[in-house]
Write a protein that binds this ligand. Structure first.
Ligand code: F6P
Length: 348
């Protein structure tokens, strides 16, 4: 059993991180281990920045958004010598196990460290995007969907009052999970996602058909990763910033405005755009995310206790199970056609 356990949170924050930190810490302390927080993801291990985690530090954090440990998109495989620094600081701090809470990037580093250095790490799947494989759901996703759904509900009433088309741009990177789930829940009339690119012409025809039926407003949910796709085969993606982060990601954004322009040009309907942005990642987790994050945290502590490194806590159906980290990061989990069919049943 590891006597000193480290915890880090990496990548974009999301609601529920503190609930995981609390659960890992509670269970590890009960087992007689010491728990050490690592500041700002992998950067904290590169630079050797730590903070003790005890009952006082985790008190009251369950409903709090963000992360008490801070986070970063630091990739130790990007900078010569950083992996050695990670290993050295881990050793000199007397750590015997690490719980890494993160998405594809943070857990990708964990999987590689485990494979190449036999590093004693277990993972917890975090991201509002829900794009990690080997688990049914990541924590944080339910809260993001809830926030986006609430926004769609609010946009419905103002759309109706003004006879407008409302375009809502949501996050999700290269997958459309947030768009599909919030769009279905909010009763969107068109939902556009990267995995199943409906054309601009077809989307405008759906809006037109709806208005021909006597409806004088429409809600269009578009995922930031959707590329404007035309019948000609032409496609345009949108980025806010072309420079990549240390994991090679550009910052997406802007498709909502371009789509609205197309809708106005093709249908003549007055159209407005709402970009939800980081609101989707902020604030308190939903009860479902608090419970999921708590269960993940307990499982991670149990995996550490059992010395089952290289594994990640995952949700299969209603059960929390352990899966190889490698399986989680091998490829992104995209929205399957069956889910998109549910959305499409309500288009137009
Ligand atoms: O991965 C989570 C996420 O919120 C994506 O949906 C989004 O594309 C990205 O992070 C935004 O990153 P940043 O917080 O660096 O702007």
């Amino acid at each position: 059993m590891a006597k000193r356990v480290g915890i880090l949170t990496g990548g974009g924050d999301c609601p529920g991180l503190n609930a995981v930190i609390r659960a890992v810490t509670r269970r590890s302390l009960q087992r007689g281990a010491e728990v050490v927080g690592i500041r700002e993801g992998w950067r904290g291990l590169v630079e050797g920045r730590f903070q003790p985690l005890g009952p006082r530090e985790i008190s009251g954090i369950l409903p709090r958004g963000g992360t008490i440990l801070g986070t970063s998109r630091t990739n130790p495989y990007k900078q010569e010598g950083d992996v050695d620094r990670v290993l050295e600081h881990f050793r000199s701090e007397g750590l015997e196990a690490l719980v890494a809470i993160g998405g594809e990037d943070t857990l990708g580093v964990a999987a590689r460290l485990h494979a190449e250095q036999d590093f004693p790490v277990v993972g917890v799947p975090k991201t509002i995007d829900n794009d990690l494989s080997a688990t049914d759901y990541t924590f944080g996703f339910d809260t993001a969907v809830w926030i986006a759904t609430e926004a769609i509900d609010r946009l419905h009433t103002t759309a109706e009052a003004h006879n407008r088309v409302m375009v809502v741009e949501v996050m999700g990177r290269h997958t459309g999970w947030i768009a599909v789930m919030s769009g279905i829940a909010g009763g969107a009339d068109v939902i556009l996602i990267p995995e199943h690119p409906v054309t601009v012409e077809a989307a405008c025809a759906d809006i037109q058909r709806r208005h021909d039926r006597g409806k004088d407003f429409s809600i269009v949910v578009v995922s930031e990763g959707y590329e404007l796709t035309y019948e000609s085969g032409e496609r345009h993606g949108f980025v806010q910033e072309a420079a990549t982060d240390q994991f090679g990601h550009v910052r997406l954004g802007g498709v909502g405005d371009a789509l609205a322009h197309e809708i106005v040009q093709r249908t003549g309907y007055e159209t407005r755009v709402t970009v939800l942005g980081h609101v989707q990642r902020g604030g308190s987790p939903t009860p479902r995310d608090r419970v999921l994050a708590t269960r993940y945290g307990l499982e991670a502590a149990d995996l550490v206790d059992a010395g089952r490194f290289g594994q990640m806590a995952a949700l299969h159906g209603d059960d929390i199970v352990a899966v190889p980290l490698q399986d989680a990061v091998a490829e992104p989990k995209t929205v399957p056609p069956a889910w998109y069919d549910v959305a499409k049943a309500f288009f137009g």
